[in-house]
Design a protein around this ligand. Structure first.
Ligand code: AMP
Length: 113
């Protein structure tokens, strides 16, 4: 699947749609999901243009994979949900419910951040 730069997260990353980032570094931004499915529901979105997890693993180098995954755990720590527990969900493909064709990691916790 070719990357579609009109997707909503690409627009958020370009600043065309406003969003409050709760975390940002060279690799990712993180913001609250607009339709939360748990008391805490945050999205960690890599800055580079990957359609999904498979695309990421095919194109990203080991350094970027390390930093993106480390950032998922950093955001969970910042949200203070590590002790309570949290889930990381990555939907791959429309058949799995992926609505936005730009790689993102859902952080979901039953504890309110
Ligand atoms: P997925 O179904 O895995 O592609 O997840 C996409 C997620 O993005 C859904 O949980 C949506 O609620 C969320 N979403 C869509 N648009 C926005 C937005 N503008 N700001 C925050 N979250 C969004």
């Amino acid at each position: 699947m070719a990357y579609d730069s009109d997707n909503v997260f690409a627009k958020i990353l370009r600043g065309e749609i406003p969003s409050d980032f709760i975390y940002e570094d060279a690799y990712v931004v993180a913001f609250y999901d607009i339709r939360p499915k748990a008391p805490t529901h945050v999205l960690v979105v890599p800055k580079k243009a990957y359609t999904d997890l498979n695309d990421f693993m095919q194109k990203a180098d080991a350094d970027e994979v390390y930093h993106v995954m480390q950032d998922v755990t950093k955001v969970a720590a910042q949200l203070d949900v590590v002790k309570a527990g949290y889930r990381v969900v990555v939907n791959v493909g429309a058949g799995a419910g992926q609505e936005v064709p730009h790689l993102h990691f859902h952080i979901l916790s039953n504890k309110e951040a």
